[in-house]
Design a protein around this ligand. Sequence first.
Ligand SMILES: Cc1ncc(COP(=O)(O)O)c(C=O)c1O
Length: 449
Amino acid sequence: MDQVTDKGALARQLNVDAYWAPFTSNRRFKSNPNDRTMVAAEGCYFTNANGVKIFDGSSGLWCTPLGHAHPRIVEAVTKQVSALDYAPSFQVASANTIQLTERIADMAPEGLNRVFFTNSGSEAVDTALKIAMGYHRLTGQATRTRFIGREKGYHGVGFGGMSVGGMVANRKMFAPGMVNGVDHLPHTHNLSQMAFSKGQPEWGVHLADELERIVALHDASTISAVIVEPMQGSAAVIVPPIGYLEKLREICTKHGILLIFDEVITGFGRTGWAFAAQRLGVIPDMITFAKAITNGIIPMGGVIAKQEIYEAFMSGPPAAIEFCHGYTYSGHPMAAAAAHASLDVYEEEKLFERVRELEPLLEAEFHSLKGEPNIVDVRNFGLTAAVEFAPSPEGPSTRSLAVFEAGLREGLYMRYSGDSLAFSPPFISTEQQIKDMVSLLRKLIRDVA
Ligand SMILES: Cc1ncc(COP(=O)(O)O)c(C=O)c1O
């Protein structure tokens, strides 16, 4: 069947019956699909089936910081498909995938220099958890099997990631499938203490001490790893309090617990450095990544591990498979081509530095929304920001959903999560585009929030 690309025809012909949308109110979507159906994208803009040009205020799902249809990526992927479209990753490999590991290791914090590929953030998280468990077993500490996550954390939708995740809505339906023995740190979001903080809040470092309590409760000998997002993205930009991650690092080191930073959102520039670990000066034992590595256009994820973790696996008979884990599409050559091109552009156009340059503007623009109707918080970090609304008597998410839907009609795409809206514009945004985004947001809030 020919794909429908003509916008008018699409609006008339689209039959949404068979479509089951992920993380979406399907009934709401299907009551008005055209606003939400994208038919084209270029640079920082989508076009929807109604022909509305929409600024991509969230870089898709935090994953397209170079915007859409970037000519360098288009060219790289086009060339790759005729050069080597696929190579298995079990027992053999693609050359460009191997080269990519070297580049990623060079960008990662010192000591994290072994890269295992997956196809998504969820798979990256489950892989990191397995590596942690395997590492302890191989180093004679097989009792270390527990994982510690954090409330409001999002680590994807695999059974491992869901179990360490801390979003109630994602967990309650699947309670019997939770991985055994997982515990959670408290989240650090507290409006009475930190509303309208710019960058890292000054309040909240003491919440890291909860890890000591959890360790005392379960005993360190049972705990494998702590996993946190350095900045909680999906919960709408919950920024780590000053000193908090440092404290987690200290406690993990003291008790021989591995620290995993889930940098699926923060990895590859979102905070102005390749990884948030570098911006914050806290080095974990493993980093999970996905999204921006390929500018989101071909799925790819992975885990970067400290060399000593990798070395622990290199034991047993020389021909034995050391880690019985992997995916048919791990390190797919097409994804690797998109990743090389994306890394070239980040580097050549100094886009991580650009994030640092844009951060003060983004901060000032978003904080100027204080005082607009029903806003109870504005927060920001790197090239991300969120606004939070007071709960509506009509129910959770009412205001954020109304603004989200109005945005699609008037030309702004954003993420909504609970009563918050989250923004992560492309690194290639101009200053004017950021100002225009916030100005349109202000109008939408006044109109419908
Ligand atoms: C921190 C974090 N980890 C994991 C994931 C899951 O990634 P994916 O949707 O690629 O499975 C996400 C997705 O947003 C994420 O933000």
